[in-house]
Write a protein that binds this ligand. Structure first.
Ligand SMILES: NC(=O)c1ccc[n+]([C@@H]2O[C@H](COP(=O)([O-])OP(=O)(O)OC[C@H]3O[C@@H](n4cnc5c(N)ncnc54)[C@H](OP(=O)(O)O)[C@@H]3O)[C@@H](O)[C@H]2O)c1
Length: 288
C-alpha cells in the first residue's frame, strides 16, 4: 500500500490516480473525511490527518511501502516560513516514527539554495529535515507549474491580457502537474533507492508571450497579450488579491530571483528530466 497526501490538489490527485491505475493499494491522507469520499469510491483507504499533526500522520503512514508528501502553500499566513517549517518538522517526526521505507517529497526548482528564493526556502528546509528523518527519500524538484497561470484566466477571458511577473522575451522552465504526479508515482513504484533528486520540467521552456498565445488560444480562440508587471509591484498587487504581506514579500523575492537566474536547477545529479505535457495540452485540460 502507498500513502498519498494532497489528493484534492494538483499533484497528489495525479499520484493517487496513477497508483490506483497501476493496480496498487492506496491510502489517501486528507484533513477532512468528506474529502476522502470520492477516493473511497475509487477503492482507496482514507486516513484523516493534518500534515502538522505528527501523531495522526505517523498513523496514516503506518505499514505503507511508500508515501507522497508535500508542503502545501500558506498564502494567508502572517509568518509563512515559521508555519511551514513547523509543519515540515511534524512531517519529519511522523516519517521517522513510522519508519516508512520510501518518501517521495514534492520539492522545487532551486531547493538547493539556502537563501533568496522566497517560498522555496520551505522545501530547502524540508529536504534537510527529511534527508535526516527518512530511510530513503526522493525529492522531486519541478519547475514553475503551468497551473499557476490559472490565476490569470479571468484577465485572459475578460480583457485578452496576461499579467506576468516573469520577464517578457525570456523563456522559463515550466511543467504541468500531470507530469509531476506521473513521475512521483513512477518513483514510488520503483521503490527505495537511497537519497535521490529528480529535477523536472516540461517538454519545452516558455516565454510569457508563448504562454499568452497558448492560454489565449485555449480560452478565447485567439492569442492574449502580455502585460508585464514590475516585480517591485508584487507586494501591493498580491496583497490586494488576499495574499498576506509576509507571503507577498516572499513571492517578490522569488520573482526577483527568477529574473537574476538564481532560481534555476542545480543540475548536480544529472540532466533535468523533461515531461510530456506542453502548455497547450495543460491549458486545454484546465479549460475543460
Ligand atoms: N506552484 C509552483 O510553481 C511550484 C513549483 C515548485 C514546487 N511547488 C510546490 O508545490 C506545492 C503545491 O503542490 P500542489 O499544487 O500539488 O498542491 P495544491 O494543489 O496547492 O493542494 C494542496 C493539497 O494539500 C492539502 N493540504 C493543505 N494543507 C493541509 C494540511 N494542513 N494537512 C493535510 N493536507 C493539507 C490540500 O487539501 P485541502 O483540500 O484540505 O485543502 C490539498 O490537497 C507548493 O506548496 C510547493 O511546495 C510549487
Amino acid at each position: 500500500m502507498f500513502a498519498v497526501a494532497g489528493v484534492t490538489g494538483n499533484t497528489g490527485s495525479v499520484v493517487a490516480r496513477e497508483l490506483l491505475a497501476a493496480g496498487q493499494a492506496v491510502r489517501v491522507i486528507v484533513r477532512d473525511a468528506a474529502k476522502g469520499e470520492a477516493w473511497k469510491a475509487r477503492g482507496a483507504d482514507v486516513a484523516v490527518a493534518q500534515l502538522d499533526d505528527a501523531v495522526a500522520l505517523a498513523r496514516a503512514l503506518d505499514g505503507v511501502k511508500g508515501a507522497y508528501l508535500l508542503s502545501p502553500p500558506s498564502v494567508t499566513s502572517s509568518d509563512p516560513l515559521t508555519e511551514s517549517r513547523s509543519q515540515v518538522d511534524a512531517m519529519a517526526r511522523a516519517v521517522a516514527a513510522s519508519a516508512v521505507p520510501h518518501v517521495v517529497f514534492l520539492s522545487s526548482i532551486a531547493a538547493h539554495h539556502p537563501d533568496r528564493t522566497g517560498p522555496i526556502l520551505t522545501v530547502h528546509y524540508a529536504e534537510q529535515k527529511l534527508s535526516a528523518a527518512a530511510r530513503d527519500v526522493t525529492f522531486v524538484r519541478p519547475s514553475y507549474f503551468l497551473e499557476n497561470w490559472r490565476s490569470a484566466f479571468a484577465a485572459v477571458k475578460g480583457d485578452g491580457v496576461l499579467p506576468s511577473f516573469l520577464q517578457p522575451g525570456r523563456a522559463f522552465p515550466m511543467v504541468a502537474t500531470e507530469d509531476i504526479g506521473r513521475v512521483a508515482a513512477e518513483r514510488l513504484l520503483a521503490g527505495p533507492a537511497g537519497r535521490q533528486v529528480v529535477e523536472l520540467t516540461g517538454p519545452e521552456d516558455y516565454t510569457p508571450e508563448a504562454i499568452a498565445r497558448a492560454l489565449g488560444n485555449a480560452l478565447l480562440g485567439r492569442e492574449a497579450h502580455v502585460v508585464p508587471l514590475p516585480v517591485e509591484q508584487a507586494e501591493p498587487i498580491l496583497t490586494s488579491l488576499g495574499v498576506s504581506p509576509a507571503m507577498a514579500a516572499l513571492y517578490r523575492e522569488m520573482y526577483t530571483s527568477f529574473h537574476t537566474g538564481h532560481v534555476d536547477f542545480e543540475r548536480r545529479g544529472g540532466a533535468v528530466v523533461r515531461g510530456k505535457v506542453g502548455a497547450e495540452a495543460a491549458f486545454a485540460a484546465m479549460a475543460a
